[in-house]
Design a protein around this ligand. Structure first.
Ligand code: NBP
Length: 477
């Protein structure tokens, strides 16, 4: 037994993660259901470090030093269970199975519980950064038993991305499914970020009249400021790309139907269960779904819209500045909502997740990496029990400064008929939270009227019901 870590599942992610370990000086046992992939890896990249190619599960387990650290990078769902069933009987107490796939955190909780009975440490590990990240440094979100991190942590810290201050983008997130939960919310926030950027692009194009190349330049400028992030950077790249075949902007030759693999949807489904309003993330998921309804969109093309009112050059420039404000304010809201969901999971599952540490490990390697995350971290460092990012003085100030422009952008979007569900949901969330009174009081009245569901009063404790069908007197319920 010579390998310090093993990777089974050698498609793009597993192969690159194995190479990352090897390049960092670890001896890596590699295994794949179809051995051809294992052979191909060693043939192509064997020179990068020390690989131990294993054709059978037995060979693979025997190649690992104890306690064994076995990383599973197979397709999430049934394949993960199949691999666990294959390997678990060959392992001993204290060994670790680390699932780096995109598992649903409820599956991770179940697997952790089952393997714990056998004394095996099961680590559900979120990995973000795509194949490039897996190779050169991903953001890593490991859950599972804390003690597993003692021996696994230093290896993960070595292969992970590093933030601008040099600290590794990995830390033990919390027990059982906490790592995969946080990865799920990361992806939900990623959906929201992408939707907001898409809306900003569409406004700059349809309201301000800029070309994709001009918008790419605007995004490049924004990337020098507080919106500095990977997603803004690649947006400029995509927008400035020209299709070689037609000479048209690349965005104009791509079918405008967004696909999804499901982690954004999970974020919303779980938020519904936890009772957390992640309206911005939900709108992003719905926007992708709407875009895919080709027949419905085709049938709706003839519906009336407003007459366009083109902007002058100076108006367009002023509008672009406003869109930056709206984008930034809406972004604060989606992160507020995502962190609220993690906060709610802490209560629901008894997870001791450090929200500041989560924002810190997203600063590098992952898709939502951004300068912004440093500020979220300092908000939680200043006040670990922050009830909401919006209650942080700096964010409150910034969003307050942005709100006039944010509203103007939504007025223009509405006037010109440009759909901006993300911006609008974010502003509605902001306005609802700061409202003195909400129409929820009326909702309670309606519920009491048709279903005797009772209500509470502002002026005294207790539950009450009004005899709506009778003399409308109030009774204690
Ligand atoms: P895939 O998700 O395409 O999975 C392919 C791998 O799963 C192959 O190694 C395949 O073996 C193996 N596999 C399957 Br399918 N069924 C199996 C079974 N019943 N028993 C054993 N092995 C089985 O690979 P990927 O895109 O590299 O992603 C790996 C994991 O990482 C997934 O969970 C994914 O969601 C997650 N992830 C992906 C990204 C990304 O950017 N792609 C980012 C972050 C996380 P075979 O070669 O024998 O068919």
């Amino acid at each position: 037994s010579t390998a310090q870590i093993g990777v089974t599942g050698l498609a793009v992610m597993g192969r690159n993660l194995a190479r990352n370990f090897a390049r960092n000086g670890y001896a890596v046992a590699v295994h794949n259901r179809t051995p051809a992939r294992t052979r191909a890896l060693v043939e192509e990249f064997g020179g990068e470090g020390e690989f131990v190619a294993c054709e059978s599960a037995k060979e693979f387990v025997a190649a690992l030093e104890r306690p064994r650290r076995l990383v599973v990078m197979v397709k999430a769902g049934d394949p993960t269970d199949a691999v666990i069933q294959e390997f678990a009987p060959l392992l001993e107490p204290g060994d670790m199975i680390i699932d780096g796939g995109n598992a649903h955190f409820t599956d991770t909780r179940r697997r952790e519980r089952e393997l714990r009975e056998q004394g095996i440490h099961f680590v559900g590990m979120g990995v973000s950064g795509g194949e490039e990240g897996a190779l050169n440094g991903p953001s890593i979100m490991p859950g599972g038993p804390k003690e597993s991190y003692d021996s696994l942590g230093p290896m993960l810290e070595k292969i992970s991305a590093k933030a601008a201050d040099g600290s590794p983008c990995v830390s033990h997130v919390g027990p059982d499914g906490a790592g995969h939960f946080v990865k799920m919310v990361h992806n939900g926030i990623e959906y929201a970020d992408m939707q907001l950027i898409g809306e900003a692009y569409q406004l700059l194009r349809d309201v301000a009249g800029y070309s994709p190349a001009q918008i790419a330049e605007i995004f490049r400028t924004w990337n020098q400021g507080r919106l500095d992030s990977y997603l803004i950077e690649i947006t400029a790249e995509v927008l400035s790309h020209v299709d070689a075949e037609t000479g048209k902007p690349f965005v104009d030759v791509v079918v405008d139907q967004a696909e999804q693999k499901g982690t954004g949807r999970w974020t919303v489904q779980i938020a519904l269960d936890l009772g957390v309003p992640v309206s911005g993330i939900a709108e992003a998921v719905f926007a992708r779904s709407l875009s895919g309804h080709a027949a419905l969109r085709e049938a709706s093309r003839g519906l009336a819209g407003p007459t366009a009112r083109p902007l002058s050059e100076s108006e367009a420039q002023a509008f672009a500045d406003r869109v930056e404000q709206a984008l930034y304010a809406s972004k604060i809201v989606s992160y507020t909502q995502g962190f609220h969901e993690i906060d709610a999971a802490r209560d629901e599952y008894g997870w001791d997740i450090d929200l500041g540490a989560v924002s810190a490990l997203w600063r590098g390697g992952c898709i939502i990496r951004a300068a912004f995350l440093d500020r979220i971290r300092s908000a939680y460092d200043t006040r670990p029990d922050l009830p909401s990012l919006l209650s942080d003085a700096t964010f409150a100030q910034e969003i307050g400064d942005a709100q006039d422009d944010w509203r103007e952008v939504l007025i223009a979007a509405t006037r010109e008929g440009v759909p901006t569900p993300g911006f609008a949901a974010a502003l509605a969330y902001y306005d609802a939270l700061r409202a003195e009174r909400l129409p929820a009081a009326l909702t309670q009245g309606q519920r009491d009227y048709f279903g005797a569901h009772t209500y509470r009063r502002v002026d005294r404790d207790g539950s009450f019901h009004t005899l709506w069908g009778g003399d409308r007197s109030e009774v204690s319920a």
